[in-house]
Design a protein around this ligand. Structure first.
Ligand SMILES: NC(=O)c1ccc[n+]([C@@H]2O[C@H](COP(=O)([O-])OP(=O)(O)OC[C@H]3O[C@@H](n4cnc5c(N)ncnc54)[C@H](OP(=O)(O)O)[C@@H]3O)[C@@H](O)[C@H]2O)c1
Length: 313
């Protein structure tokens, strides 16, 4: 006969299985799994398209991709800065990689996206990193203290620009997917999970990208497909960059460290992944603490952050 102690022990093991699985998967994903980035180097002259590529995470990711043999299509908004970045990339090695670029202010609506990508229409694009976006730091204004134009530009910058660019790229991505995997990655934010006060428009725009990732992946994989075009949402915590000058630390990698993490996790098969291990741990802690606690401490943290930004402005 089974004793109560034995039954409880079995129950304990069963209940701990999901945690054990999560832990084992964590070790596999962040410490053991080899990168699959080379799987996207297929067909004739493969290209990676990186938006917001003249600084921070985008620039560092473009450099990693260049080093790994990709031709590049870079997006930015400033011709002079773009030329400088291209010069720096070329100085990394004497490869004959092709580097093309497109300039467009992502906060502005009314772009002719077909025209923007026309010069690249025949290229074999196998990887897209929708990195452009941001929050303009942290400011004290509430929603009703923001002009409508500001709200439009923030949403366009983070959500509509990547959406509309994806729309025009899709036919050629499907074409590239005929000879190998194609991946579109949206750079999101952990702010999207917790919607900090005063950052709700930014957080909601990133949440939009997460829903878009799942929906488009469903379109391409289950409904129409599989077409071979897949989508991933990257859950990003603090990263030291041009617009986020937090001091690098264990939880705040430099843009270069973070770019390596993006490359390492590329093609892991998850629709949502935190490329950087410490950000994945933050996610787990946030889930464990529960909404009330997280919201209380986030509000306190935001008050301090806003004061710091105001002092430095
Ligand atoms: N850093 C963080 O802590 C953090 C945390 C969570 C999520 N993220 C996300 O990561 C992504 C990259 O952030 P980052 O910190 O690397 O930013 P960053 O250092 O400010 O670099 C942003 C890049 O985007 C370009 N860009 C900015 N506004 C643009 C516009 N209106 N039109 C066209 N290009 C524009 C910048 O061009 P210029 O060189 O001309 O300025 C630059 O190339 C963003 O989507 C952000 O939301 C960042």
């Amino acid at each position: 006969m089974v004793s109560v102690a034995d039954a409880l022990a079995v129950l304990g093991v069963i209940l701990s299985l999901p945690y054990l699985y999560r832990f084992t998967y964590f070790i596999w994903l962040y410490f053991l799994r080899p990168t699959k980035i080379h799987h996207y180097l297929h067909g004739d002259a493969p290209y990676a398209f990186v938006t917001g590529a003249t600084d921070g995470i985008g620039k560092a990711t473009a450099a990693e991709l260049y080093d790994r043999g990709f031709n590049l299509i870079l997006h930015g908004r400033n011709e002079k800065k773009m030329q400088k970045v291209i010069g720096e990339l070329r100085a990394r090695g004497n490869r004959n990689a092709d580097i093309q670029y497109v300039l467009a202010d992502a906060t502005k609506s009314g772009h002719d996206f077909e025209k923007l990508i026309a010069p690249f229409k025949e290229l074999n694009i196998t990887l897209v990193i929708h990195n452009v976006g941001g929050s303009n730091g942290v400011q004290p204004e509430r929603l009703d203290e923001r002009p409508e134009d500001y709200i439009h530009s923030l949403v366009h910058w983070n959500a509509l620009f990547p959406l509309l660019l994806t729309r025009v790229l899709l036919p050629q991505l499907r074409r590239s997917a005929k000879h190998g995997p194609v991946l579109v990655q949206f750079v999101g934010s952990l702010a999207g999970d917790i919607s900090p006060p005063r950052l709700s428009i930014y957080a909601a725009s990133k949440r939009f990208l997460e829903a878009l990732t799942r929906g488009l992946d469903n379109d391409e994989h289950y409904f129409d497909g599989p077409t071979g075009v897949r989508f991933t949402y990257l859950a990003v915590g603090p990263v030291n960059s041009a617009s986020m000058p937090q001091k690098p630390s264990l939880n705040t990698p430099t843009s270069e460290q973070f770019a390596k993490a993006i490359i390492a996790r590329t093609g892991c098969g998850l629709r949502r992944v935190a490329p950087y291990a410490m950000h994945a741990i933050s996610q787990v802690v946030v889930e464990a603490l529960g909404q009330r606690t997280v919201d209380y401490y986030t509000a306190e943290e935001m008050k301090t952050l806003i004061k710091t930004y105001q002092k430095s402005a």
